[in-house]
Design a protein around this ligand. Structure first.
Ligand code: URA
Length: 209
């Protein structure tokens, strides 16, 4: 599979295993997700372009490096994406944040948009889309199609777990968007849950089950 990056860092793998356990409490699940999001943000932003700037230290003038261009945008696919945001914002506190809300029409099974709010001047911005679970890939694919209407400079997609089916769907529709994940699991079950997975990420983050 090309254009997919599995983040093998030992801290990422260790925390992911703790999160998967069914006995993990809502608070530890949420804390681990935040920690993982911070670690993954570090990897995902590794190739961001830099520009040189002149600064004054207390001793002399020097040329330093800062991230080039307009502020990065983190886009959360509601609602589980919000569980990823805080940990990412800890590492990139100046980032702008967008939200995309989609639901699946029970008749047509198509993704229907109910919320879409992005920062201004998207054409000049790099975007990182976050959703913990890449399962069927249908909502992620619809979210990227909608997002591309704002013509951002670049788009990356970050999830915690990916199913092979979701990767295939997303890459067929958006081969230009790199996918970052902590693991590629075995398969989806008949209800669209990832196996072995970690259950319903939204319910586990927000304690709604
Ligand atoms: N969404 C989840 O929260 N979990 C899955 O396993 C699949 C989709």
């Amino acid at each position: 599979m090309s254009n997919i990056h599995v983040i093998e860092h030992p801290l990422v793998q260790h925390k992911l295993t703790l999160m998967r356990k069914k006995e993990a409490s809502t608070s530890s699940f949420r804390r681990l997700l935040g920690e993982l999001a911070s670690l993954m943000a570090y990897e995902v932003t590794r190739d961001m372009p830099l520009q040189e700037v002149q600064i004054e230290t207390p001793l002399e003038t020097m040329t330093g490096k800062v991230i080039d261009g307009k502020k990065l945008v983190l886009v959360s696919i509601l609602r589980a994406g919000n569980g990823f945001l805080d940990g990412m914002l800890d590492v990139v506190p100046g980032a702008r944040v967008g939200h995309i809300g989609l639901y699946r029409d029970p008749q047509t099974l198509q993704a229907v948009e109910y919320y879409f709010k992005m920062p201004s001047e998207m054409v000049e911005r790099d975007v990182i889309v976050v959703d913990p679970m890449l399962a069927t890939g249908n909502s992620a694919s619809a979210a990227l199609t909608r997002l591309k209407q704002t013509h951002p400079r670049s788009i990356k997609f970050v999830c915690l777990l990916a199913a092979p089916e979701g990767i295939a769907t997303l890459q067929a529709a958006h081969p230009d968007v790199p996918i970052y994940t902590a693991a590629i699991d075995r398969q989806l079950n008949e209800h669209g849950y990832i196996l072995p997975g970690l259950g319903d990420a939204g319910d586990r983050i927000f304690g709604t089950k």
